[in-house]
Design a protein around this ligand. Sequence first.
Ligand SMILES: [Zn+2]
Length: 551
Amino acid sequence: MKATHWLLAGTMLFAGTAAQAQTAAPEIPEPKLIVAIAVDQFSTDIFNEYRPTYTGGLKRLAQGVAFPSGYQSHAATETCPGHSTILTGSRPSRTGIIANNWFDPANGRAGKDGKASFEVYCSEDTSVPGSNSSNYTVSPKLLKVPTLGDRMRAVNPASQVVAVSGKDRGAVMMGGHNTTLTMWWDGKAFRTYDASKSAEPKAATTINAKAKAEIDKPTPVKLPASCATHSRAVAVDAKTSLGTLQPRKAGDARAFRASGAFDALTMDLALAAFAEKKLGRGPATDVLAVSLSATDYVGHSTGTAGAEMCTQIAALDATLGRMFAALDKSKVPYTVMLTADHGGHDMTERNTENGLPNAERVDVALLPSVAGKALAKELGIEGPLLLGDGPFGDIYLSAAVPAEKRQAALDAAYAHYQNHKQVEAIFRKAEIAATPSPAGPPEDWSLIQRVRANFDPERSGDFYVALKRYVTPIPAGTAGYVATHGSPWGYDRRVPILFWWKGVAQFEQPNGIETADIMPTLASLIGLTVPETEIDGRCVDLVAGTKSNCR
Ligand SMILES: [Zn+2]
């Protein structure tokens, strides 16, 4: 099925949903505004490590209903798949967002260099002539399912849905197909789809000017007292040490993205939209989805355990505190949910120093480009043989391999990965397709079940590679990119799922739930019926005591 088919079927699907809409659960005050926040790369490990230090918004959230063992349950723990689960109630196997980038070996598009590119970016419109995965038009077209906001607007078009993020894919995947406003940072400014530019809050101009000023001025370091113990230099290579705060140079837009100032301005924009569009004050419940990206950029550029991340989490806590103050002041009845699109893992060099055995960087021989070249030579086939976004995950056999050589090529590629000491497991496409969609506690799923949760028969690769635990899929620590996520292991799958509303009775459930459970749970608070067959998640009980918000 092509993604656009959902849109055609959408009217009928929603007509049924509208007729079934019920009144909200009386145990929890019905929100007029649902605020859904994704903190990019905010793992359960980070949430727990800094929990004693929270004084702002994270303190309030930690004292609401807390599921510290939330799971982005799938194997491909990347930004786009993760964001696609949060407000759809579905795993990537159903949202179609199986990775940030996947490949369509049968359909090459001419790239800037004139060469055909087979890569597809998750939130692009592939039908735009001359576009490709790195020079694209932002669109929700590839998301195969409706979001919470899409469902609410189908029932009552008076519902407003606003999505704001530091990344286009964060805003697109949480907002969905039919938003009032979708805004993201494009590297230089916050922007929206051109067609709906008039829907931008007036304050966007001022906020973009502030962002430019923030990038243009050098920013000195200011280490919070609680981060002193995290401040220790760790050598990544002969020239680079990380772990201590470094001043931000004037004009460094990439360093700005990895700063608390970036999240603060993203939140300013979200709060401006909240005020200008009078969210929560109309006839229907509204959605404000916010994805804060700086934590992810800090994780990638400096790892998860240094003074840089400690400082970022303190800034995040303050930004969320400021958000709560604004929401409180408005008197709008609101419910906040906060989670993450995936977890994260510290850089290899500090992990090694901090007592983690077997922390290593990936061997370049596992890169599809490198492996493909060697295999092509061996088999006497011309051109790149393997396509893939990195040394793990979905790997595709090039369409250029002739039919009579395809099986031999696949077998050789398979053997190359299987025999490598850094590879934990490889699964062939047929084997994954034959695996039932997993059920039960996500912490207990087998590896192939995790892979099945991001399997899409038309988008997934010919085989899927899982690296061993603690192998970082970045061959060498280069400045700006030293650590990452994306693995099927707990450190990348575990994320906090937190709920707060005024008068919440605090409780904590340490056992696993899925991020796909968030949407049906939020739907229960506003009496929106979501047919079970359309999603993978379930409504989770948020009421301490014998009552429940779930029916
Ligand atoms: Zn992410």
